[in-house]
Design a protein around this ligand. Structure first.
Ligand SMILES: [Zn+2]
Length: 191
């Protein structure tokens, strides 16, 4: 499965496949710490479209979404979000789809349950009441807060390239932090 390897869309993919992702290789970790020129060039090529996609989709969620309940604010703070009052949750069956400007490939998000774009969180109706899904997305919000959107987008683009066909570090962190807080309530994760 390769459901999480989307250029910038961060989300939970739910599947019946293997829940334990493979270890990263030494070569991958080395490339991650010190990306090659080839990798940097590819990220630079993807970045403008990825940023534009981010801005457009975050704006839509902020405009159409609802603010958090008190209980959700507590959860968001617990996983490290500084400004939970800025978050909006937009429940929709139609997620925006990103097209990679380099490969021309469209993301297949049919299995995505939720997706965080800065302070904008998209959630499918099926998962709108799932506390663990929201806690997971709040970790992504915290990641966006920590790095800032531009560096976060670059970070994810790098992770997708280096760890293709695997669960990327940004996702691993979101799973670990949210499960440490909520408990292991999530179904198996695809990667
Ligand atoms: Zn995620």
């Amino acid at each position: 499965m390769n459901r999480l390897n989307f250029p910038i869309a961060l989300f939970i993919a739910l599947g019946a496949c293997n829940s334990i992702p493979p270890e990263f290789t030494k070569e991958q970790l080395s490339e991650y710490q010190n990306p090659s020129v080839q990798t940097r060039v590819k990220i630079d090529a993807q970045f403008p479209a990825a940023l534009q996609f981010f801005e457009k989709t975050q704006e839509a969620a902020l405009k159409l979404g609802r603010s958090l309940t008190q209980a959700e604010i507590t959860d968001a703070k617990a996983v490290g979000v500084t400004h939970p009052e800025k978050i909006r949750i937009y429940v929709t069956g139609n997620f925006p789809i990103f097209t990679d400007p380099v490969t021309g490939k469209k993301d297949n998000q049919s299995r995505a349950g939720a997706m965080a774009m800065g302070y904008g969180i998209f959630i499918k109706p099926k998962y709108s009441s799932a506390r663990w899904v929201k806690a997971h997305e709040f970790v992504h919000v915290r990641q966006f807060e920590t790095l800032g959107p531009k560096d976060m987008i670059r970070q994810v683009l790098l992770e997708k390239q280096v760890f293709s066909n695997n669960l990327i570090p940004t996702e691993r962190e979101a799973i670990e932090v949210s499960e440490a807080y909520i408990g292991k309530s999530a179904p198996k994760y695809a990667y």
